[in-house]
Each structure stands twice: as structure tokens, then as C-alpha cells.
Design a protein around this ligand. Structure first.
Ligand code: IVH
Length: 682
């Protein structure tokens, strides 16, 4: 067991890939700790317990002025309270405030600034001495070569790859024929230690300790020695260095452990939205006197504790890959995994993006792979653990023909598509188009769609609107009555708002809420079709990435769009004036013609069952209502949420909103709030 932990510790601290994920590693170390407590005479020399970096790192050649210690861990509220109680016992007085900040999941370094200039960058090493990695100076965002003031200071912090930098790093690695990094932490470690690479991978620094350099007795050094941690870090930020306090998670000062626990929960809730990985939350005694009086143990200070969060990277086996044809004809690979619990849910499938991505990652069936999932995001496979391969792994076979229709595949782009495109996914596409949140045509189900598609009566969405009574009557089990009912449904569908018509088209890169944003922005189908990439990118959430795809899709759909207009389908958005296209939060209330929209600037999440006048509304209709009122609808509660509508039996989303201190209202209160736009629109 000790050998397993030692190998994993070497991988963890040395920047290689570990076959254990963090939860398993922590549990093993805790197990050894317990065993050693009960059998003190069985403690082996190589035990990882009580050692900085679990004893895994060979010391470098730059000694630290003050040892760079680890932090002890707690895993739950009881652990936090126990730590607080022992700290107070040791101090013999109440703790004078705590700070709460994210525990960055990267590599600890010490940055030595002398008279405002960054002179040396040193890794933690074994805590006593580290490796000089000054070659990285200039490639680390947030670690300027010059401070705003010519002061001397040692800033300790973490170097990491943000989510964006991690993606970019792997692109750069592939371009240079190197293997991809399996996770941001090992990527940061590998990047920092590598010298003389032909390419540069940018990283980011976040500081969490500011201390004077040895023998400095100036006034700034005195401030660094005497001021509370929170004030020291504010000063570090003012000098131009990134700090944990400058992140969305922030650095909070909490008077008691009750507030500390709330702040921990709030940071944990934000975790999926943070632009970098965290593996916990760090709590420190804020005052310098408390820190000095509490002192340090051999491995960790007594004035700080890490509240560990469950790992969101987990390791499991890639059992297989299946390929599904989507509505737009895209052939998407999906990983079939040995089911594993990540961040509160069981994950059995994960996205693999596209064939090029599979090749980039060098995945094989049977591989142990690291899987990432946090919050509501779709789980994704990151990389194989190449060094634990057994030799029994087999290559992933790419389809030679479309798995749906057996036809050819267009492989000219990263995402493969059936050469028939939308036509191949036609059955799924039409079924989607007639769905409740799109054209909402009652009486069309899967069986009827199959008949319409197979007989050639419907070759695209627009064909639905020119179906004749005679055509319908030729179909199996279609009598006069059901034909009339269907025709009436189609007639009604002609009047749906533009946003729903747009959504029914199944344009790549757009779903329900994006379709509404586009429709509100442009007001008419003509204006949407006339938009170029730059104009399209102005719609919130589209940007430069999706703009070109959407514009190209609209060009592709030109014939269908013409047919829709010819069939008399509505192409305007109710409540939006053509030409007055602006962001909803800047727009005036189109219904009342006065004052701002009631939900301008709000990010709203609906949860639980609606009651009162809203009772009959589907979730999508609620979202439409929110957007008509100028707000932005979201499906999950995050730090960005500003309002939660909680109906009957609201559960975890309501609870999360409470921890995050987000305003919560009832469906009835919400109905009053949006009354000006309630009768408008769909
Ligand atoms: S304070 C000894 N604050 O976590 C106390 N450390 O597992 C000084 N870490 O050694 C460190 N985020 O490398 C502190 N906000 C934070 C941190 C943090 C990450 C690292 C640090 C530490 C390790 C312990």
C-alpha cells in the first residue's frame, strides 16, 4: 500500500500522470495514518505520513528562507470545527477572524522580488529547498517582471493552467508532436520543469502568501510581518500580482466558523464555473499574531487548514465507443465507460468530441482514462494513462460509412458528418421540429414522422407546412378526423414566434435559448439572414466561435427558409421592434412602451413545480417568459445567478441558492414581477 501511495505521490508532486485519482490517494494516506497511529512500531521509513509532498520530491538546490510547508486536510464540517477548536485551545483565546480562499490545484512556487524586480522563481521541492525555475519568468500570467512599487517581497503561490490554457496547451503539444497532458495540474508541472522547449506554453500564477525577504527590516517588511493575511494579500494585488482574492472565488474574511463553513460551501458551489481547477478551500487565521502564536507543526502550520473537495477528475476504464448521427447529420463519438461516481452523479458515458480529438488524445479501448465532470457540464474524457497500459488495449475503430444510413461520410472537417447532412438525421430532425418547445404540432409522433419521411412527403421542416389533406389520407391509419386535426395543428404552427421557428430548424450551435436570443436581437428572419459574421457575433453567447457556423448554416438552409416564407410561416418575433435590436437589458419594455424590462440584467433559474397563473407553463415557456422580460434563463444555479423562482418541491437548486445568498421568490411573486409581459408573445 505504501508503495502505491509513494508512486502516486511521486506522480502527483512530480508532474506525471497518476493511476490513482485524488480521492483514492487521500483515502490511502488516511488509512496509513490510522494504521500507524494504532501500530506506532510498524511505521516504515518510507511512509508518506507526516512528510512534505509525502516525501516524494528530491530536494532542489535553492534553499527556502522559511520552509514551504504543506497544509493539513479536513473533509467535512466536523473536521473544520475540530480544527477550529484545537486552534483556540492552543491560543487560549478566540481566533481573531478567519480568511477563506480557494485552494488552487497547481504547483507551489516562491517568487522572489527585490526592489520591485522579479529575480528568482523556485518550486517547493521538499519544502526545505526547491528547484530554480526562473527560466519560466515571462511566460506566467499574473506574475509580472516588475511590481508597481520598488519593494522587496517573496510571494508564494500556485502556478497552474487555466481551463483555457489547458486546451491551448494541448493544441500546442499536438502541433509539436508531443503527447497531450491528461489534466491541468500535470500539464502545469511538466511545463514549469521543462527547459529549452521549442514552444512556449503560457501558465497562470495566483499568490496566497506574502512575506518579507530575509533580513529586510524596512517599513514594508514590517507591514508584511504584522498586518493580517487579508491586508497583506490586498497589498500584493495592488503591486500587480494575481492573488486568490482576485479570482471569482475571492478571499473572504469571516469572524466565526459558521461563516467560514458558508464561505466554503459558496466556493464549492462556484467550482464548476471557475476558470481554473481547485481541489479545496483554504482557511487561515487572519491575524499575524494568531499565526505566530499558533506556530507550525513539522509538516504544516497550525493556523491553516485545507477543506478538501471531492475530485472531479476520476479514473475509469474506456469500455467502448459508439457513434450516433445527430439531427444535423453530425456523426459524434461517445465513450462508454465503466460507470463511476463523479461530483455527485454516476457517469457511464462521456463525450469524445470528434475523431481528430480521439487521435490527438491517442485513446484506445481498454485504456484507463481520466474523466472530468463538474456540476451540470457534460462529462468528458481527458486522456489515457499511457504508462498503465497492459498491452491488451485495442484501437478505436472509426466508422467507414454513416452508421445511420450506410452512406458516405464527409471527413473534411473535425466533426464528421454524413454526406446527406440534415437529410440523414431527418427523422430525428422533424421529430425535434414538431416538439412542444418548437413548432408544437400536436398529433405528430415518431410513427407518423417515419411515414412522412419514408414516403418522401417531408424532406425538410418546410414541407410540413405544405402537406395536403390528400397526401395525409394516403398514409396508414389516417382517417378524415385525424387528418383534419393534424391540418389544424399545422395551421396553428404557422403563427409560432420566430424564435421557435428558428429553433425548429436545428441550426448547429443553437438551442432553445440561443434561438430566442437571436430572434430578439434581429426581430425578423430577413434581418437574421442578412446578418454577417460580425453582426451575428454580437448576439450574447455567440461570439467569434459560433458566428461563422451559424451564418454558414443559414446559407445552407436558404432553400428551406424560402419555402417557409412561401408557406406563410411567421418570421417575426412578438414584442420586438425590427431595427431596434439591442441587448435585452438595454431595451425598453415593448409591451408597455415605458421603463426598463422587469428582469433586465437578471440571471434567473426556475426550479420546482409552478403554481397559480404559471402552473401550465413548461420549463421552456418559463424560460421564454424570462427572456421576454429582459432576463437570461439558466438551468443551473451558479455564482452568476441573481434570482431563483422556487416552486413546489424545489430541491437542491433552492438549497444551493440559499448557500449562495441568491434571492429566492415564489411563482406567484414572479408572476407579479413579469406581469407587464405575461400576456405577450407565444
Ligand atoms: S497557504 C503552509 N493558500 O496547497 C501554508 N496554500 O496541499 C501556506 N495551496 O502547500 C500555504 N492554494 O501549495 C495556501 N490558497 C492557498 C493555496 C495553497 C493552494 C497549496 C500550497 C500548499 C498546498 C497544500
Amino acid at each position: 500500500m505504501i508503495e502505491t501511495v509513494a508512486t502516486a505521490a511521486r506522480a502527483y508532486y512530480g508532474g506525471a500522470d497518476s493511476a490513482l485519482d485524488d480521492d483514492v490517494y487521500d483515502a490511502l494516506v488516511r488509512g496509513i495514518e490510522e494504521y500507524e497511529r494504532e501500530h506506532p512500531d510498524h511505521v516504515l521509513a518510507e511512509s508518506p505520513v507526516g512528510k512534505v509532498a509525502a516525501g516524494a520530491i528530491a530536494p532542489g538546490d535553492v534553499p527556502h528562507s522559511v520552509p514551504m510547508l504543506s497544509i493539513a486536510n479536513v473533509f467535512d464540517p466536523e473536521g473544520l470545527l475540530a480544527w477550529g477548536a484545537s486552534l483556540e485551545r492552543r491560543l487560549g483565546r478566540p481566533v481573531d477572524g478567519f480568511t477563506v480562499e480557494p485552494k488552487m490545484d497547481g504547483l507551489a512556487v516562491a517568487a522572489h522580488y527585490r526592489e520591485g524586480r522579479l529575480e528568482q522563481l523556485v518550486t517547493r521541492g521538499d519544502g526545505i529547498a526547491g528547484e530554480d525555475v526562473s527560466h519560466a519568468i515571462g511566460t506566467v500570467r499574473g506574475l509580472p517582471e516588475r511590481l508597481a512599487e520598488p519593494v522587496s517581497i517573496e510571494v508564494r503561490g500556485e502556478i497552474l493552467l487555466t481551463g483555457e490554457q489547458f486546451e491551448r496547451a494541448n493544441e500546442i503539444r499536438v502541433e509539436n508532436g508531443a503527447t497531450v497532458f491528461s489534466n491541468p495540474r500535470s500539464g502545469a508541472a511538466g511545463t514549469l520543469r521543462a527547459k529549452d522547449r521549442p514552444y512556449t506554453i503560457p501558465t497562470t500564477f495566483y499568490g496566497y502568501v506574502g512575506m518579507p525577504v530575509a533580513d529586510d527590516d524596512g517599513s514594508f517588511a514590517a507591514f508584511l510581518r504584522e498586518a493580517p493575511h487579508s491586508e497583506v494579500m490586498a497589498a500584493v494585488a495592488n503591486l500587480g500580482v494575481n492573488t486568490t482574492g482576485g479570482t471569482p472565488a475571492g478571499l473572504r474574511v469571516c469572524p466565526t466558523l459558521v461563516e467560514v463553513q458558508e464561505a466554503v460551501d459558496a466556493i464549492a458551489a462556484m467550482r464548476p464555473d471557475l476558470p481554473f481547477g481547485i481541489d479545496g478551500v483554504v482557511i487561515k487565521a487572519d491575524s499575524a499574531a494568531d499565526q505566530a502564536d499558533a506556530g507550525n507543526g513539522t509538516r504544516a502550520p497550525r493556523w491553516a487548514i485545507a477543506y478538501k473537495l471531492a475530485a472531479v477528475h476520476k479514473i475509469t476504464r474506456l469500455v467502448g465507443v459508439d457513434w450516433a448521427v445527430g439531427r444535423t447529420g453530425v456523426i459524434a463519438p461517445r465513450a462508454i465507460l465503466d460507470p463511476i461516481e463523479i461530483d455527485g452523479s454516476t457517469v457511464g458515458f462521456a463525450t469524445l468530441h470528434n475523431p481528430a480529438d480521439i487521435e490527438r488524445r491517442g485513446l484506445m479501448i481498454g485504456d484507463q482514462v481520466s474523466v472530468y465532470k463538474a456540476g451540470d457540464i457534460i462529462p468528458r474524457v481527458e486522456a489515457p494513462l499511457v504508462h498503465v497500459r497492459t498491452g491488451d488495449e485495442t484501437p478505436i475503430e472509426f466508422p467507414a460509412v454513416c452508421p445511420q444510413c450506410g452512406g458516405g461520410i464527409d471527413t473534411s472537417e473535425q466533426r464528421w458528418r454524413c454526406v446527406q447532412g440534415r437529410a440523414c438525421g431527418l427523422h430525428a430532425g422533424i421529430l425535434y421540429a414538431v416538439g412542444r418547445d418548437q413548432l408544437d404540432i400536436e398529433g405528430i409522433g415518431g410513427r407518423l414522422v417515419t411515414q412522412l419521411v419514408d414516403t418522401g412527403a417531408v424532406a425538410d421542416v418546410a414541407d410540413l407546412f405544405t402537406l395536403t389533406r390528400e397526401q395525409l389520407l394516403t398514409l396508414e391509419r389516417m382517417g378524415d378526423k385525424s387528418a383534419d386535426k393534424l391540418l389544424a395543428g399545422i395551421e396553428q404552427a404557422r403563427t409560432r414566434p420566430l424564435s421557435r421557428v428558428l429553433c425548429a430548424l436545428g441550426i448547429r450551435g443553437t438551442g432553445r435559448s440561443m434561438s430566442r436570443r437571436i430572434a430578439r436581437h434581429f426581430a425578423t428572419m430577413d434581418a437574421i439572414r442578412a446578418a454577417d459574421v460580425v453582426e451575428m457575433a454580437q448576439v450574447e453567447g455567440i461570439g467569434d466561435g459560433k458566428g461563422p457556423v451559424i451564418v454558414a448554416e443559414l446559407v445552407d438552409l436558404a432553400e428551406v427558409l424560402d419555402k417557409l416564407v412561401a408557406a406563410g410561416v411567421n418570421t417575426t418575433e412578438p414584442g420586438v421592434t425590427p431595427g431596434a435590436s439591442t441587448a435585452p437589458d438595454a431595451a425598453d419594455d415593448p409591451a408597455a412602451g415605458q421603463g426598463p424590462l422587469p428582469l433586465a440584467g437578471q440571471a434567473v433559474v426556475v426550479t420546482g413545480a409552478m403554481t397559480g397563473v404559471l402552473e401550465a407553463l413548461s420549463r421552456n415557456e418559463m424560460n421564454e417568459l424570462i427572456e421576454r422580460a429582459g432576463g437570461r434563463a439558466a438551468s443551473s444555479v451558479s455564482a452568476k445567478t441573481t434570482l431563483v423562482v422556487a416552486g413546489d418541491k424545489a430541491g437542491s437548486k433552492r438549497a444551493k441558492a440559499e448557500t449562495l445568498n441568491i434571492k429566492i421568490i415564489t411563482p406567484e411573486e414572479f408572476a407579479t414581477l413579469v406581469a407587464p409581459v405575461l400576456d405577450d408573445g407565444a
